[in-house]
Design a protein around this ligand. Sequence first.
Ligand SMILES: C[S@@+](CC[C@H](N)C(=O)[O-])C[C@H]1O[C@@H](n2cnc3c(N)ncnc32)[C@H](O)[C@@H]1O
Length: 384
Amino acid sequence: MSLVLDEHREYLSDEARLSAFRRAIEEVVKPGDVVVDLGSGTGILGLLALRSGAARVYALDNGGLTQLEREIFAANGFADRVVCVKGLSTRINLPELADVVVSDQIGRFGFEAGAVQYFADARRRLLKPSARMTPLRIDLCVAPVEAASLAGEIDFWRQSPQGFDFAPAHSIAINTGHPTSYQPHQILSEPSIIASIDLTRDCAPVLSGKAACNVRRRATLHGIGGWFAALLSPSVTMTNSPLSGKKIGRRAVFFPLHPALAVEPDDCVQIAMKIVPEEKLVSWRAAIFDKNGRQRARFVHSTFLGMLFCPEDLQKARPDFVPKLTKWGEARRTVVDLCDGRRNVAEIEREVYERHRNLFASPAEAAVFVVEVMVPYAYEDRNI
Ligand SMILES: C[S@@+](CC[C@H](N)C(=O)[O-])C[C@H]1O[C@@H](n2cnc3c(N)ncnc32)[C@H](O)[C@@H]1O
């Protein structure tokens, strides 16, 4: 619990972030509006919307804060204007369409927290056709970076801790985006926008873009830095760019280029990226040219190569695989079957323990299993 609270304390302590959202919400939310706070956490964006005159806020969050959030809204005198719903926004239906959606599902590089998918779903099901959105657009920005200590952490995997060879992990590490904070001097060129996401309309399933970055100083090129600039309202932007004096506290991302390369002023780093938001996949290529246009090096990386694949799991995803349930799968099916709208939880727990005694050391263990399986899918009759 304290980990979750700590995370949200950090969100609430980021004055630059909150000031940007406050100004944007003041601009976007009109008195009487119905607002969806998508991924509401402690409810801060909903609170700002209420302060701007929202008639009602639907605060949707799939984490564990829903009750706390209700208490926070109540403590601020808004209990009667808020409906807090626990669940993933894509699985929640609302009794009315909203005028505004506010959300910080932006992530560090602008796409990986799900804004594209969640806003597309909200536009289809939860919002009026004329609804306003915060954010409206997210630009994904890149620049070549010098990042010796991060490159050292990645190289760790080739240093044989305790004399053992861990090199297989190295290829995972060089094909992964690493969260980090940059100092401005680590950014080796003017940043470029490599892709933009317009959240007001459907976005292509694959985002791709190119950038040509001229290196400003002699340095070692270790990778590509990635961050975002979000348009929260027609006149408010928010960014985690290491070069911005008003950046929010969120870290940026390091996409390694391996092996590191010494670069000179006026070398050109040509970057190409492909991003599949739905699958959180990023592929990045770079070609480095000297000032006479001669290619000095090429790099090809992808988070596809950085995934911790398990061949046993992949085998089961093949279209021709014929699945059979394990004993635990059968126990899970028993729980689901017994949730028939007639039995109560105590009866289901007893029955599951009886039918699957070989799996559970005690009725208490069976009870924990039942609750774990049932809670995400069970509902009581209610409005939402
Ligand atoms: C980055 S935090 C932001 C919290 C709060 N809006 C703020 O600005 O401080 C994101 C929150 O959204 C929740 N979340 C992420 N995607 C969601 C979704 N599609 N539906 C509901 N909750 C979601 C997470 O559990 C987390 O609490």
